[in-house]
Design a protein around this ligand. Structure first.
Ligand code: ARG
Length: 473
């Protein structure tokens, strides 16, 4: 018997039943639905709509169902459309006709909004823990490879040398902001729609605050129509999740390059690589590629959710049922991606020599040499010009910037046309100073500002990140 069947004389067409059913998806909400129902029963008791004895029986029945759900023993009946009606029917089967009182003062509209908010809240908490674990993996690798120097790129071209740890800590910063965005979304998720009824508010004197408090909500929705039709909390959550995937995808992209033998910066563990069905030589970074690929799906879910909402008049429209697949899938995808990336990062090995050799390619220390000239009194524009000429001379001679001759330095200073540069030529100690600045260590040490890659700064940033993670427990 359909729970809403009173005014219907004909059975639902099989195609309609198949088309509208959501139990395969929304059974994910079962425990949230039961928690909401238990709080609602207490509320009905407080309002004098159920006797103490009825409350006890209904709560015992709902708790029994929760145990069955947790044990995976509850049988879902596809004929019962969705999780709410399945659980209501299962309750009646368990406690008898008194189960028919559960839905007093409640609609599936405020019910599903409540369930989804409870689900979102606990999912955010689980995601937060997974992000922290990923941060731990990155910080662990940064600590292990604290000395490794790598080429920092702009335009994918060699730019300036950086510590590998500095590069990894950049991702820790992104992930921290992802946590912040989720925590921010959580505050707006954590509001109770229960008592909004179908759209106009429940027709009984329910103490909405008390029920909300029992469910751990921080407040109640102020408008019943908004309460049943708002899904902007889903959009916010998807936006944070999509951005988290984008961050992981960028790291995944970098790992695919770093592990390419041409780069040879890192080697992925066998456990985090896959082979080719045809080419026996292959060792592929498939998990990283799939993180990158799945980011695309999550981005699609975010834009799909926005599209779902844009044309909906108030209040609840059945379209809203379509909020769950993208949300559930995206949250699961981010969690799985965080877990697999953490494993990949924890187990990869670094070839410091290869990294260091690449860091010096492309005259990446040129900016540090120009800065050294500025410290000797030259205007930066002149210094830039002088070092540009020096880079060209080094390249023509097949020399690295830290191996240029005194004569090349004098010539470059002279070619600038700036009398200050010409006067500097041949100054005591200058050539050695410039060659020192041109060495990787010299260039790294010169970026000595908060947030810079100077080793002392990176050590401090790493220690701060580690201390913060310790506090997370
Ligand atoms: N399965 C529905 C959903 O996910 C539950 C609410 C249905 N409400 C209704 N009036 N048909 O949105």
């Amino acid at each position: 018997m359909r729970l809403w069947g009173g005014r219907f004389s004909a059975a639902t067409d099989e195609r309609v039943a198949d088309f509208t059913r959501s139990i395969e998806v929304d059974r994910e909400l079962a425990l949230d639905d039961l928690a909401g129902s238990i709080a609602h029963v207490h509320g009905l008791g407080r309002a004098g709509l159920l006797t103490a004895e009825e409350v006890t029986q209904l709560v015992a029945g709902l708790e029994g169902l929760a145990a069955e759900v947790e044990a995976g023993r509850l049988e879902w009946d596809p004929a019962l459309e969705d999780v709410h009606m399945n659980l209501e029917a299962a309750l009646e089967a368990r406690v008898g006709p008194i189960g028919r009182k559960l839905h007093t003062g409640r609609s599936r509209n405020d019910q599903v909004a409540t369930d989804l908010r409870l689900w979102a809240r606990r999912s955010i908490d689980r995601l937060d823990a997974a992000i922290v674990a990923m941060e731990r993996a990155l910080v662990g690798l940064a600590e292990r490879e604290g000395e490794a120097v790598m080429p920092g790129l702009t335009h994918i071209q060699p730019a300036q040398p950086v510590l590998f740890a500095h590069h990894l800590l950049a991702y820790v910063e992104m992930l921290e902001r992802d946590r912040g965005r989720l925590a921010d979304a959580r505050r707006r998720v954590n509001v109770s729609p229960l008592g909004a009824g179908a759209l106009a508010g429940a027709g009984y004197p329910l103490d909405r605050e008390a029920t909300a408090a029992e469910l751990g909500f921080e407040g109640v929705s102020a408008n019943s129509m908004d309460a049943v039709s708002d899904r902007d909390f889903v959009v916010e959550m998807l936006a944070a999740v999509a951005l988290g995937m984008v961050h992981l995808s960028r790291l995944a992209e970098e790992i695919t390059w770093w592990s390419n033998p041409r780069f040879g910066f890192v080697r992925l563990a066998d456990a985090f690589s896959t082979g080719s069905s045809m080419m026996p030589n292959k060792k592929n970074p498939d998990p990283a590629e799939l993180v990158r690929g799945r980011a695309a799906r999550v981005i699609g879910s975010l834009s799909g959710m926005l599209a779902l909402l844009k044309g909906l008049p108030l209040t609840y429209q059945r379209d809203l049922q379509e909020d769950k697949p993208p949300l559930f899938e995206s949250v699961a995808t981010l969690r799985a991606s965080l877990e697999v990336m953490a494993g990949m990062v924890e187990t990869l090995t670094v070839d410091r020599e290869r990294m260091r050799a690449a860091a010096a390619e492309g005259h990446t220390t040129a900016t540090a040499v120009a800065d050294a000239l500025v410290r000797r009194g030259l205007p930066f524009r002149t210094a830039h010009h002088v070092v540009g000429a020096l880079v060209a001379a080094a390249e023509a001679a097949g020399l690295a910037l830290d191996a240029v001759t005194d004569a090349m330095i004098t010539a470059a200073l002279g070619a600038s046309g700036d009398p200050a540069a010409v006067a500097l030529a041949g100054t005591a100690g200058l050539a050695d100073e410039l060659r020192a600045a041109a060495r990787l260590e010299g260039a790294l040490a010169s970026c000595d500002v908060v947030g810079g890659t100077a080793p002392a700064r990176v050590r401090a940033a790493l220690a701060a990140a580690r201390a913060r993670l310790e506090r997370e427990g």
